[in-house]
Design a binder for this molecule. Structure first.
Ligand SMILES: NC(=O)c1ccc[n+]([C@@H]2O[C@H](COP(=O)([O-])OP(=O)(O)OC[C@H]3O[C@@H](n4cnc5c(N)ncnc54)[C@H](OP(=O)(O)O)[C@@H]3O)[C@@H](O)[C@H]2O)c1
Length: 315
């Protein structure tokens, strides 16, 4: 697997594995399949493994820790603090280290900008963790441009993690140019639009009763019908190329811009094997242009989070 570089110079496989689904967010998560997926990922050069304390109150981190036992040096571990107050961060990092069973975290993100705390204080506390050897580099998630600039002035930010896919191209307007300018790597989460771009979700009936996506407007009623209706050009081009729509969607992201690492939720070894195929699929300029035209900014119907969670995005 070719590599890409985080802002601090760490080389990682150009596709990253997200371990959120192991915590059961999407229903039907299977712990051992998830652990096997991480081990398969390391075998295939997918080295950046992403989790958060919020994924199952530490359970997701424990599974990542279990998967990398004996292979710590092969993995670049990213996790996230759920709060931005310095006191909170001091305690949260120790909990995450304990869950993971490691002595340092390679990339420690602020999961959401804490509106109660100036970003300078949050980043100052995160930078202290680097000085203490608990963390190697720091990142932000879902931060807006002004916050990123202020944070980066306190301590270099290694990565920005924000949703990015054919269904969610808004970061191309401001976040991608800014991160490129500042030397911050853009980690694009939910690059398959939480499964929509796999083509395997056609109606709400395809989601388990306890699947969190049922609460997301983008996966409800007329919005979902509209969004599924957008898939035809992706599915047609994928069929022409003999690949799955998911592979094509990932190849689009990898080849469109070199500053981006797609962060794919992979709860099964099979998904890792499919993701790796995205590297082997070469797209030409016409393919990229066709997909760009079929999925313009704003194309998806419905918000990407339930109403109460929207305020924390892009802050
Ligand atoms: N910072 C944040 O606020 C934030 C928010 C959301 C997500 N994230 C991170 O981003 C990661 C990915 O996001 P996500 O899981 O929401 O969405 P995603 O990567 O867009 O989609 C994941 C879904 O697609 C399936 N899948 C993966 N590869 C596939 C393939 N090649 N073919 C068919 N299906 C495939 C997965 O199934 P299986 O699980 O069965 O493999 C899973 O159901 C998370 O795990 C998490 O680490 C971060």
């Amino acid at each position: 697997m070719p590599t890409r570089t985080l802002g601090d110079g760490t080389k990682v496989g150009s596709i990253a594995l997200g371990a959120m689904a192991f915590a059961g967010f999407y229903g039907g998560g299977d712990d051992m399949l998830g652990v096997d997926a991480i081990r398969r990922a390391l075998d295939r050069g997918v080295t950046l493994i992403d989790t958060a304390e919020a994924y199952g109150q530490g359970h997701g981190e424990e599974l990542v820790g279990q998967a990398i036992r004996g292979r710590r040096d092969e993995a670049v571990i990213a996790t996230k603090t759920s709060g931005g107050h310095p006191d909170y961060i001091t305690e949260a990092v120790d909990r995450s280290l304990r869950h993971l069973g490691v002595d340092h975290i390679d990339l420690y993100y602020l999961h959401r900008v804490d509106l109660e705390v100036p970003i300078e204080e949050t980043v100052g506390a995160m930078a202290d963790l680097i000085a203490q050897g608990k963390v190697r580099s720091i990142g932000l998630s879902e931060a807006g441009t002004e916050t990123i600039k202020r944070a980066h002035a306190v301590h270099p930010i290694s990565a920005l993690q924000t949703e990015y896919s054919l269904m969610q191209r808004e970061p191309e307007v401001d976040l991608l140019p800014l991160t490129r300018e500042l030397g911050i790597t853009f980690v694009g989460y939910s690059p398959l639009s939480r499964g929509l771009l796999t083509g395997q979700i056609r109606s709400e009936a395809d989601l388990a009763r306890d699947d969190w996506r049922r609460r997301v407007p983008r996966f409800q009623g007329k919005n979902l019908s509209h969004n599924v209706g957008l898939l035809a050009p992706l599915e047609q081009l994928a069929a022409e190329k003999g690949v799955t729509p998911a592979t094509l969607a990932l190849a689009w992201m990898l080849q469109r811009t070199s500053n981006v690492i797609p962060l794919v939720g992979m709860g099964r070894p099979h998904s890792v094997d499919r993701a790796v195929e995205a590297w082997e699929l070469k797209l030409d300029d016409d393919d990229i242009a066709e997909l760009d035209a079929s999925f313009p900014i704003g194309v998806a119907a419905g918000e990407r989070y339930p109403e109460g969670m929207m305020d924390a995005l892009g802050t």
